[in-house]
Design a protein around this ligand. Structure first.
Ligand code: SAH
Ligand code: SF4
Ligand code: F3S
Length: 454
């Protein structure tokens, strides 16, 4: 008899991408064959995100669409944060769904699927604070970089955020286990790792902190690039910053969610830092790593945000010079403290939309100005994949800039020195510099011209 087939569609953050890799790996070990599309698959799983209402609506719509790919006996399952948040009510909302499984219950997936294939309708959403899926062999899709979860859950309680409710309490993997996985990644032919956690720099296995983890991963032979996401500003200890500066593989890019530039709003968000504290964190990072590139997350329209508050966000964005920012309109999530704030303080949608539009324009203008100044400079890139359109290959600098390159003589996984020849404002085109050996390059001064005054 042929093996049952499984298709997993993934939404949300890299943690979900990594979890889907773990699920694929576990199901392969239990006799399933992975397929590239939903048509005719025996099992269709949608790994979901609950961070904003829009993300959930997209999944609801997609679940409806996927129905037409089901054949007799197909099991449709919902995994991830929305599964955790809604539990068995999902089975009522979508009658063609017969399995709901939360992020801590993937170990039971083969048995749960067995039940669902027999016609049961099952939900598994218990938290398991010991669970790191240590013995799972992930099936990785990215050919050059490996997602490595080092921490699950979150102990912060930002008042807008659903993650602590969908992912449970924070826990870290043991350093030895992380290192073993990184060694395997090298044996599999990859040289870049991205360490994942909701507040990844608060990593602690009881003995080792995030600084120790960076140094341990950096000492694995064959690792050339180390990234991590997302750090929390309060967890950048001096030791962590020193490790970032001293471990040569740690890339010069930090995604540092700011959320707001206004102290009043930060307080209501329970972000646990002030505008000045955030700015100080950036200054410490830039003092240690002068060519550091920054990206961020920002929420506009949080309850109580006034025009003045919003202007504080705009001015901090301008001052700090982000390479890019993911900007979101506040989305109330059931059960989070922000939904219990005085409704009179809620920001009307048209006001939030206008703020979002303005913020995006500010971010783009700043990035464009800085990127234009980078034309003609040289950078080490890693060729990551074929570009979505056209013949070009997509490569990435250490500081996370995207560079499109003509494919001649290049293969995915190659490191090269390139010269930046053009920019759309956000991404670059470039050419390989013949005979230049890839190594760590000090960027010319132009690259740091956006450094803040702090
Ligand atoms: N753990 C990460 C963030 C994970 S969620 C951190 O703390 O930095 C990714 C981003 O989604 C957040 O940084 C925030 O900007 C945004 N976000 C989270 N909850 C939101 C909500 N209710 N409405 C709008 N944006 C939200
Ligand atoms: Fe959510 Fe805050 Fe935790 Fe990030 S730190 S996952 S925003 S609660
Ligand atoms: Fe979404 Fe869950 Fe990640 S809510 S952002 S998939 S942790």
């Amino acid at each position: 008899m042929s093996r049952p087939t499984v298709y997993i569609e993934t939404y949300g953050c890299q943690m979900n991408v990594s979890d889907s890799e773990l699920m694929y790996g576990s199901l392969a070990a239990h006799g399933y064959e992975a397929v590239d599309g939903p048509e005719g698959a025996d099992v269709i799983l949608v790994n979901t995100c609950a961070i904003r209402d829009h993300a959930e609506q997209r999944v609801i719509g997609r679940l409806g669409e996927l129905r037409r790919h089901m054949k007799k006996g197909t099991v449709m399952g919902v995994a991830g944060c929305m599964a955790q948040r809604l539990g068995p009510t999902l089975l009522e909302k979508a009658r063609h769904v017969s399995l709901v499984v939360g992020p801590d219950a993937y170990r039971a997936l083969p048995q749960l699927l067995e039940g669902a294939r027999q016609g049961e309708r099952v939900t598994a959403t218990s938290f398991d604070l010991e669970e790191h899926y240590e013995d799972f062999a992930p099936r990785r899709f990215d050919r050059v970089k490996a997602w490595i979860p080092v921490q699950r859950g979150c102990d912060y309680r930002c008042t807008y955020c659903i993650v602590p409710y969908t992912r449970g309490a924070e826990r870290s993997r043991r350093l030895d286990d992380v290192v073993r996985e990184v060694e395997q990644v090298v044996r599999d032919g990859m040289s870049e790792v991205v360490l994942l956690g909701q507040t990844v720099n608060s990593y602690s296995d009881g003995t080792h902190d995030f600084a120790a983890l960076l140094r341990a991963v950096g000492s694995v032979d064959g690792i050339r690039r180390i990234r991590f996401t997302s750090p929390h500003p309060n967890d950048f200890s001096d030791a962590v910053i020193a490790a970032m500066a001293e471990v040569p593989q740690v890339c010069e890019h930090v995604h540092l969610p700011m959320q707001s530039g206004s102290d009043r709003v930060l307080k209501r968000m329970l972000r646990r830092y002030t505008r000045e504290g955030y700015r100080d964190c950036v200054a410490r990072l830039r003092a240690a790593i002068p060519t550091l590139n920054l990206t961020t997350d920002i929420i506009v329209g949080f309850p109580g945000e006034t025009d003045e508050d919003f202007e504080e966000t705009v001015s901090l964005v301008q001052e700090l010079g982000y390479e890019d920012a993911y900007t979101f309109k506040f989305s109330p999530r059931d059960g989070t403290p922000a939904t219990r704030m005085d409704p009179a303080t809620f920001v009307p949608d048209d006001v939030a939309s206008a703020r979002l539009e303005r913020l995006i324009a500010v971010v783009r203008a700043g990035a464009r100005e800085r990127n234009l100044r980078l034309l003609g400079t040289r950078h080490e890139v890693l060729v990551e994949k074929a570009a979505r359109r056209g013949e070009m290959l997509q490569a990435r600098t250490r500081d996370f800039k995207t560079v499109m390159l003509p494919p001649d003589g290049l293969a995915i996984g190659d490191y090269r020195i390139v010269e930046l020849t053009g920019t759309t404002g956000s991404t670059f085109t470039g050419v390989v510099v013949p005979d230049a050996a890839p190594r760590r390059l000090a960027l010319p001064m132009a690259a740091t011209a956006a450094a803040p005054a702090c």
